[in-house]
Structures are given as structure tokens and as C-alpha cells.
Design a protein around this ligand. Structure first.
Ligand SMILES: Nc1ncnc2c1ncn2[C@@H]1O[C@H](COP(=O)(O)OP(=O)(O)OP(=O)(O)O)[C@@H](O)[C@H]1O
Length: 644
């Protein structure tokens, strides 16, 4: 069977969210009892979160809640008094007069309670978004602090998403804790009244309500687990939406007539999601029906018991009437406790994900040394090995090289040979699996990452286009003592000065998409800015990864003409496929499959007829018709190198 046929028969891989298995297993292992036991801690946690943001609001909420609970119980007691008075002996006028004080208490309690309710709601609405915002900021802080390699771990992205969701649902936690407390308070009040009316009623009612309560919590657990299981598909759908919406893809969605195809993919994941939620709905309903049936029987028993108590004279008729109210109140409170408890539990699970992410930055908080490096004089790479976490192939294997201040080192090789990976290891963005990267003899593992990165300027292949002013896009929020003079110098060296000159307000112009109020730049103009920001940075290592891919020939020429001057104070690592440009380098390292294949000067490598560099060089020049022997005089950069 041919390979083509075999692959045609094999099912294509489907998009799936790779979650952290341990986290899901831990969630599945939680029992209903454990869920219930966690509730008090969750209530405390909700108020603690609020306490950190606004103590006065939390104190007010708790006070309102307590007063409301007392008034609730008082109202219920007054109801009992009213019914007893109304159903008691004597003329109607006397009975009404007897009931009047209780009716006043009921009315006053209801009025004050509704005012308290409004206050509670207003304070909660004011407090909750602030809690959520603080929680989101904490996630952002933890994300920025995590190692870059975290993004290559499936579990990290899962934890990050869950933490983000946790920060989002923080908005609900105070409200849910409130509701739970309120239900609990009314339950206590109503239970007290019921006990006074007849001691047997409360245990009977609890027995009747218990199966429904347990079933509701079970159903909530089923929904929660289903929700967790479906969260991966929901995230994939959100990512698909993002890909479809993205401005960068929008022209291709149209010109490639991909709309229907993408929507079909979206629907496909949606159908998978529907099937899951259907199963959960059926399972949850089944549990609830059993619980409701058992509870229904129990409630019938309670009513039968009450009738028996009244008919046998063990409880007076007025007390029986009051018990009806109290029973209804207890039932509502129990349902509230179960419902709000389940909500709070679900929110608590997301909050767990949030706080565990903050504790460990998703398990990727840097564990490096505390050394503070100066601008490096020499960076050495010794027998470097690196494998990406999601891969089973070594991206780098036994690489050794060095670069010195004042020197330009070029990394060359075919796609996937490991150039970008080396650049990231040199810049301390990744740490080696084996071997070492040393800055002036100090292992990057022993250096404080933030201090190290302050000495690094990188122009990556895919550079950021920050929705900020042009000035901020160059200074990155870190202006030097020289201020705009340094910004303009960097802009001049990178060709960004021409871009700045055309902007409506020069450096002060906001660069963002139009609908965010900014001026949009072309790809090449953005790349000039990306280079300007690297030139502006007072860093000892400059890494340029395909820095001129989008530049016109004049702009590209200017960059490489200025590079030698830029390199005077820095070690420069240049990654590029345009071999004409690497003539500016002092040394060139040719990579293949993560290993060093050749090393030498431009002249040496071009002269090496059987070598890979010469092969690539010839291939690149084949289309231009430039003969190999003439090429040594082509690049201006080589003259600069030898003139140095
Ligand atoms: N995040 C990642 N996770 C897993 N593997 C990766 C990741 N990034 C790169 N790789 C793999 O590591 C190898 C080296 O990649 P690298 O980006 O360093 O190559 P490169 O030489 O810079 O390629 P190019 O010329 O295309 O930019 C490739 O085989 C690639 O598939």
C-alpha cells in the first residue's frame, strides 16, 4: 500500500484541548460530602477577597446580612403571633387588636429587610467587579513572571485559561456567598420557629428535605464535571472564533473563500460539545428526579404528621397555621442553600485554579539564581542541548559557539535547523537541558532572569505591534536619560525616522488599529520600529532574527550599513536566510538539524566549494545569475567588517 493511500485511510487528527490530567483527575475525585464541607471555607474566602479590596463594604455587607437574618426570624415569630391571635377565642375586634402589634412587627421587619436587601445588592455590585479586576491583574502579574517555556507545556495553557476564568467568576463569588448566608440565616430563623411550634416538626422536615438536597448537590456535581470536561471544547471554539475574527487572517478568509469551511469546523466542535452537555443534562435530571421523588414522599409524611398532631390535639390550630408558614420558609431556605451552595462550589473550583496558578505561575515560576550580569564581554555556548517540552526530537544537540562584544555572529541554516532556538537560549529566554550558556563565565541558570533580560534586545521574527504611541513602541516604557534624542537616533539608524516623519503627531501618535483610535502602519514600517526599539535599548546583547524580511532594499541596506556601529558596544547575533546580509558578520555558524555544520568567515565559507553554505549561496544566487566568484565583492557589509 502506498504512503498516500495509507494516510488517506487514517483519520485526520482533530483539534483537542490538551488539559492538565492531574487537575481534572483531582476535580473528578471530589465527593459530594467534600463539596459540602468546603462551603464554609469558600464563604470566608469570598469575604477575604473583598476585605483586601474594600473593608468598609465587606463590613457593611456582613452587618446588613446579620440584621436581615434577625429581622427575618422576628418576622416569622410575629407571623406565629398573628396567626395565634387571629385564630384565638374572643370577638373579632379583640382578636384583630391582639394581632395588631405582631402585624406591625411583620410590616416593619419586611420594610427594613427590603431596604437592607437593596443596600446589600448595591454594595455587592460595587465590590464584585473590583475583586474581579484585582484577580485578573494578579493573573497577568503571574503570567509575566512565568518562564517562557511554560507556553510550550499543554498543561500551562490549560491552567492559565482556568485561572483566567477564576478571575472572571470572582465577580460572582461575593453575591453567591451572600445568597448562601442569607438562605442559611432564614433557615435558622424558620427552624427556630418550627421547633417552638412543635419539636418533632424540624427533624421530620430535615429528613424530608435531605434526599432532595443530596440529589441537588449530586446533580450540581454532574453538571460541574460535565462543564469541566466540555471546557476544552469551549476553549477550542473560542480560539477558532479568534482565528476567524483576526484582522491578520480576514483577507485570506475572503480571498481563499474559507468562510463556510471554517464555520463547518466550528460547528463540528460545537456538536461534540452538544453531545457532552446532553449526556450531562440527562444524567443530572435522573439524579434530581430520584431525589425529588424521595423528598416528595418525605414532605407528604411531614404534612401527614402535622395533620395528625392537629387532629389529635397535640398542636393547636393556630400553631398548625403558623407551622405552614414556617415549613414553607424552611423549604425555600433549604433549596436556596443547595442551589447557592452548588454555585459557590463551582465558583470555588475556578478560584482554586486561580489561586494555584498565582502560587506557582502554572508550575513555571522561574527557579534561577540571583546573579546580576553586566553587559556581556563574551557569551559562550558549551555543548548545548535543548528539546521543546511538547516534542520528542532535540531542537539543539551538542552546539558550541561564542560571541563577543563588538562582534557580529551570524546563524545560518535551513528552516527548522535551530537558529531561533539558539538565539532564545543565548538571550536567557530558555534554559538549556544540557550543556550551558555562559555570560562572562556565569551560567544563565545562575542569573536573575529580569536582570539578564535588561541586558538583552531582541528583534524576533514575529515582533509585537503594541497599541501605544510611536514613542512607547520604541522606548517600551523604558526611556533612557537622553529621552527623545535617543529615540530619534535609534529611529534614524533603523529607518523608522521616515515613518515617524509621516505620522500625524510624530512620536506622540498612537499606533493602533483605526477602531482603537490609532494610525496603522505597513508591515515594513512596523519592522523598522521593531528594529528601532532594539537599537534604543541599552543592552549588551542584540539578537536580530530575520530583522529585514519585510524591508525594502534601501531600508535593508541602511540597517546593515549601521549594524557595525551598533555592534561596537554590543554582542550581536544575526539570524537570516538572506546570505548577502551575513557578509556583515565576523563569523558565521551554519546549522543543520540542531547541530553545527560549519563555522567560518563569509569569505571562508563561500570559498568552501563542497560546503553547505556555498550550496545555499549558489542556490540563492542561481536566480539572480550572479556567479559565485563575483559574490565576494557584492555586499557592502563585508567591506565594513574588514574595515573595522
Ligand atoms: N515551541 C516549539 N515546540 C516544539 N517544537 C518547536 C517549537 N519551536 C520550534 N520547534 C522545533 O524546533 C526545531 C528548531 O526550530 P527553530 O525555530 O529554532 O528553527 P529555525 O532554524 O529558527 O527555523 P526557521 O528558519 O524556519 O526560522 C524545529 O524542528 C521546530 O519544529
Amino acid at each position: 500500500m502506498s504512503t498516500t493511500t495509507a494516510s488517506a485511510e487514517a483519520a485526520d487528527e482533530e483539534l483537542q484541548w490538551l488539559a492538565d490530567g492531574r487537575r481534572i483527575a483531582a476535580i473528578e475525585a471530589i465527593s459530594v460530602g467534600a463539596m459540602a464541607r468546603r462551603l464554609p471555607a469558600l464563604v470566608v474566602r469570598a469575604f477575604r477577597l473583598g476585605w483586601r479590596i474594600d473593608r468598609a463594604s465587606v463590613a457593611l455587607l456582613l452587618t446588613c446580612q446579620a440584621v436581615s437574618a434577625v429581622l427575618g426570624a422576628a418576622g416569622l415569630f410575629a407571623t406565629t403571633g398573628t396567626i395565634s391571635a387571629l385564630f384565638g377565642p374572643g370577638p373579632v375586634g379583640d382578636r384583630l387588636a391582639d394581632a395588631a402589634p405582631s402585624i406591625l412587627v411583620i410590616a416593619a421587619a419586611a420594610g427594613v429587610r427590603s431596604l437592607l436587601g437593596i443596600t446589600i445588592q448595591a454594595v455587592t455590585v460595587h465590590l464584585s467587579p473590583r475583586i474581579s479586576r484585582a484577580a485578573e491583574a494578579a493573573v497577568l502579574r503571574a503570567t509575566v513572571a512565568a518562564e517562557l517555556t511554560a507556553y510550550d507545556h499543554a498543561g500551562y495553557n490549560d491552567e492559565l485559561e482556568a485561572a483566567d476564568r477564576g478571575a472572571e467568576v470572582c465577580v460572582d463569588i461575593v453575591g453567591e456567598a451572600q445568597n448562601l448566608l442569607a438562605s442559611l440565616a432564614s433557615l435558622l430563623g424558620a427552624a427556630g420557629v418550627l421547633t417552638v411550634l412543635h419539636p418533632a416538626l424540624l427533624p421530620l422536615l430535615v429528613l424530608a428535605a435531605l434526599p432532595r438536597g443530596i440529589a441537588s448537590v449530586h446533580a450540581a456535581r454532574v453538571h460541574f464535571l460535565a462543564n469541566q470536561a466540555a471546557s476544552g471544547d469551549r476553549r477550542i471554539m473560542a480560539k477558532l472564533r479568534w482565528y476567524i475574527h483576526l484582522k491578520r487572517n480576514a483577507d485570506q478568509v475572503r480571498s481563499d473563500t474559507m468562510g463556510e469551511f471554517l464555520l463547518a469546523k466550528y460547528d463540528q466542535v460545537g456538536l461534540r460539545l452538544d453531545a457532552r452537555s446532553r449526556r450531562a443534562a440527562v444524567q443530572g435530571a435522573r439524579v434530581s428526579v430520584v431525589g425529588a421523588a424521595v423528598s416528595g414522599l418525605g414532605t407528604a409524611l411531614v404534612w401527614a404528621a402535622m395533620l395528625w398532631l392537629v387532629s389529635t390535639g397535640r398542636m393547636s390550630l393556630p400553631r398548625g397555621g403558623a407551622a405552614v408558614f414556617a415549613l414553607a420558609a424552611v423549604g425555600t431556605s433549604l433549596r436556596g442553600i443547595v442551589g447557592y451552595g452548588a454555585d459557590l462550589f463551582r465558583t470555588g473550583m475556578y478560584l482554586d485554579a486561580w489561586s494555584s496558578f498565582l502560587d506557582t505561575a502554572g508550575g513555571h515560576r522561574p527557579a534561577r539564581g540571583t546573579g546580576t550580569p553586566e553587559a556581556p564581554r563574551r557569551i559562550t555556548v558549551e555543548d548545548l542541548g535543548y528539546t521543546y517540552p511538547a516534542s520528542d526530537r532535540k531542537a539543539l544537540d551538542g552546539v558550541s559557539l561564542h560571541v563577543e562584544r563588538g562582534e557580529i555572529l551570524a546563524l545560518v541554516g535551513e528552516n527548522g535547523s535551530g537558529k531561533t532556538t539558539i538565539a532564545k537560549l543565548l538571550a536567557g529566554l530558555y534554559l538549556p537541558d544540557s550543556g550551558a550558556v555562559r555570560w562572562d563565565g556565569r551560567d544563565t541558570r545562575d542569573l536573575d532572569p529580569h536582570a539578564l533580560w535588561r541586558q538583552v534586545a531582541v528583534v524576533p521574527q514575529d515582533y509585537a505591534r503594541w497599541p501605544m504611541t510611536c514613542r512607547e513602541n520604541i522606548t517600551l516604557g523604558q526611556p533612557t536619560a537622553e529621552g527623545d534624542a535617543a529615540v530619534l537616533r535609534a529611529a534614524d539608524a533603523s529607518g523608522a525616522a521616515d515613518v515617524v516623519a509621516k505620522l500625524r503627531r510624530g512620536l506622540a501618535t498612537l499606533l493602533a488599529v483605526e477602531w482603537m483610535g490609532g494610525e496603522e502602519l505597513s508591515g515594513g514600517q512596523w519592522q523598522r520600529l521593531a528594529i528601532a526599539r532594539a537599537f534604543h535599548r541599552e543592552a549588551g546583547l542584540l539578537v536580530l532574527d530575520e530583522p529585514t524580511a519585510a524591508l525594502d532594499p534601501r531600508a535593508e541596506h541602511r540597517i546593515f550599513k549601521n549594524l557595525r556601529a551598533v555592534a561596537r558596544e554590543r554582542a550581536v547575533v544575526l539570524v537570516t536566510h538572506r546570505l548577502t546580509n551575513v557578509a556583515v558578520a565576523d563569523r558565521i555558524v551554519v546549522l543543520e538539524d540542531g547541530k553545527v555544520l560549519q563555522e567560518g568567515t563569509f569569505a571562508e565559507l563561500v570559498a568552501d566549494e563542497g560546503g553547505r553554505f556555498r550550496e545555499l549561496w549558489d542556490l540563492q544566487n542561481e536566480r539572480t545569475g550572479i556567479p559565485a566568484q563575483r559574490t565576494r565583492s557584492v555586499p557592502v557589509h563585508e567591506e565594513q567588517r574588514t574595515d573595522r
